[in-house]
Write a protein that binds this ligand. Structure first.
Ligand code: SF4
Length: 325
């Protein structure tokens, strides 16, 4: 069996809460708390969850755009968490990110040519002729035209701007792209065009994506496997079909019950979750979902359920499926 392109083990990212006159640490927000998963080459792993569940922090910690507190991130079998700045800069050629808001992530004072050329220059393409021709090639790859190179971001629609963001991410032929809510800011009609483009590019360039989104139907459209996060933890991870047809974790079941099914023969009872998502600064003890779970038992308040493989390629963190059942 081939080894994964990306392996994340026990990843944690805690943010200090400072307070008082001296700005001392008074607590911490456990934005990502012991998350583990792997992604095979050419695979699209979706990560889904409500706002504040830690999915974007996970993506940024993988690339060390924010430094993880603990844990291991292996890219091509090499732990990248202790690489120095120069080694990390070299590696970023292979690991790129596409952001949610293409307008905010593109410098409004730069032409498209300059925006897409920048990563080429950073990684050693010193000839301006070569850069110019690569920019034109990339614009065509993402469905724009060579003449767009001289324009500025404000002259494009939201969908076109995201195409520019994708062209910039592709500039140095990366292997892995972290897609951080890449279509959330777009109209529904444009979303599917961008998702289709991303799928075509994956096939053409053998890309691997970690696709982060809050919208379950968007993740379903594009992913091979899907992980569900709740309050900084991964609670379920399996193939797209298993997750959508037979969700095991009560949180996944509740999320999916709210998504209308395109098949009128499939009806799901709507599960209404009581209460708000607890603060990640003081997550509930035991299973973090116990304050809202319709199946919570005594043990759930005290013992954190392990994230375990309950059947082939189906991982769940829930006492309903563990030895405690
Ligand atoms: Fe619900 Fe308990 Fe499972 Fe948590 S461990 S999801 S509280 S049944």
């Amino acid at each position: 069996m081939t080894s994964p392109l990306l392996e994340v083990k026990s990843l944690k990212k805690y943010f200090d809460i400072k307070g008082g006159v001296f700005g001392r640490k008074v607590g911490e927000v456990k934005a990502v708390d012991d998350v583990s998963f792997s992604v095979m080459e050419g695979e699209i792993l979706g990560i889904v969850g409500e706002s504040g569940c830690g999915k974007s922090t996970t993506g940024k910690s993988i690339l060390r755009l924010i430094e993880p507190t603990e844990g291991e991130v292996k890219f091509e079998n090499r732990d990248i968490t202790d690489l120095n700045a120069e080694e990390m800069r070299q590696l970023r050629r292979n690991m790129q990110i596409i952001f949610q808001d293409p307008y905010a992530s593109l410098n409004p004072r730069h032409t498209v040519e300059k925006i897409i050329s920048e990563p080429l220059l950073v990684h050693g393409m010193t000839s301006s002729k070569e850069r110019e021709s690569r920019v034109k090639e990339l614009l065509e790859v993402v469905g724009l035209s060579a003449y767009h190179a001289s324009r500025y971001p404000h002259q494009f629609s939201g969908g076109q701007r995201q195409r520019i963001g994708i062209a910039r991410a592709l500039a140095n032929n990366p292997k892995l792209i972290i897609c951080d809510e890449p279509v959330s800011a777009l109209d529904v009609s444009v979303q599917s065009q961008i998702l289709n483009l991303m799928e075509e590019l994956r096939d053409e360039f053998n890309l691997t994506y970690v696709f982060i989104a809050h919208d379950l139907s968007v993740v379903k459209h594009i992913s091979d496997r899907v992980g569900v996060m709740y309050l900084g933890r991964m609670v379920e991870l399996t193939t797209k079909d298993k997750l959508y047809d037979d969700p095991k974790h009560p949180y996944t079941q509740a999320l999916l019950s709210a998504v209308p099914s395109p098949d009128p023969d499939i009806t799901r009872d709507r599960v209404i979750l009581e209460g708000d998502v607890p603060s990640p600064a003081s997550p509930p003890a035991g299973c973090a979902f116990h304050t809202r779970c319709p199946y919570a038992m005594g043990i759930c308040k005290e013992v954190r359920p392990a994230f375990e493989e309950i059947e082939d390629n189906h991982f769940v963190a829930c006492h309903l499926y563990g030895d405690a059942q």
